[in-house]
Design a protein. Sequence first.
Length: 53
Amino acid sequence: MDGENTKAKRKEERKKLDNEIMVTDEELKIFVDEIFAEEYRKSSYDILIRAGL
């Protein structure tokens, strides 16, 4: 019975995560800008490491 209970809990948690989330265009732009900035920082740092600087 524990397996069924756990399965039901996971299904309920997934249901909560699958809800549609609404954000404004400005919020979306901020999220995307932050993601790209982080990726560019990592990429630049990796290039410097490979260059031996």
